[in-house]
Design a protein around this ligand. Structure first.
Ligand code: RB5
Length: 146
C-alpha cells in the first residue's frame, strides 16, 4: 500500500518518526512536506496530501499539524476527502470500517509517537465494511454538492 503524508512546521519531527515507522512496516510512503521548521500554512499541505489521495498517487493519507484540528478541517473542505481527526485507535479503526475515511489526521502536540504509530497502523490496515455504511458515505459525498 502507498501512503501519503503531509504536515506543517509543528509536526515535522512527528512526520519523520511516523514515516520511518511505516517504512519499517513495509509501506511505501510519499512525503508531501513540509520538511523544515519554518512556519508554513497547514491548508497548503492538506491540499497536497489530499490531491495525492484523489489522484490515486497514494491509497490513503496522513495529515499532521500541532493539534490535528486545522489540517483536518482543511482536508475536509476538499471534495471527495473524508478526513478523520483521531487521538486514539478506536476512532481510527471505525473511521475506516464505518466512514471509509481516506485521510487520518492527528496532532503532533497532542499524541505521543507510540500512539501516533498505533493510530496510523490501525487506520491503514482496517478495511471499509460497506453495506449500510455505504449508504451513509454516499450521503456524505452528496454533501459535497451542497
Ligand atoms: C501552528 O502553530 C498550529 O496552529 C497548527 O499546527 C495547528 O495546530 C492548527 O490547527
Amino acid at each position: 500500500m502507498k501512503v501519503g503524508i503531509a504536515n506543517d512546521h509543528a509536526a515535522t519531527d512527528m512526520k519523520k518518526a511516523v514515516m520511518k515507522h511505516l517504512q519499517d512496516e513495509g509501506y511505501e510512503v510519499v512525503d508531501y512536506g513540509t520538511d523544515g521548521y519554518e512556519s508554513v500554512d497547514y491548508p497548503d499541505y492538506a491540499e497536497k496530501v489530499c490531491h495525492g489521495v484523489l489522484s490515486h498517487e497514494v491509497d490513503l493519507g496522513i495529515a499532521i499539524c500541532g493539534t490535528g484540528v486545522g489540517i483536518s478541517i482543511a482536508c475536509n473542505k476538499i471534495k471527495g476527502i473524508r478526513c478523520a481527526h483521531c487521538s486514539e485507535t478506536y476512532s481510527a479503526e471505525f473511521s475506516r470500517r464505518h466512514n471509509d475515511a481516506n485521510v487520518v489526521a492527528f496532532g503532533a502536540r497532542v499524541v505521543g509517537e507510540e500512539i501516533a504509530f498505533q493510530i496510523a497502523d490501525t487506520f491503514l490496515k482496517t478495511p471499509f465494511e460497506g453495506g449500510r455504511h455505504q449508504r451513509r458515505v454516499d450521503k456524505i459525498n452528496k454533501l459535497d454538492e451542497r
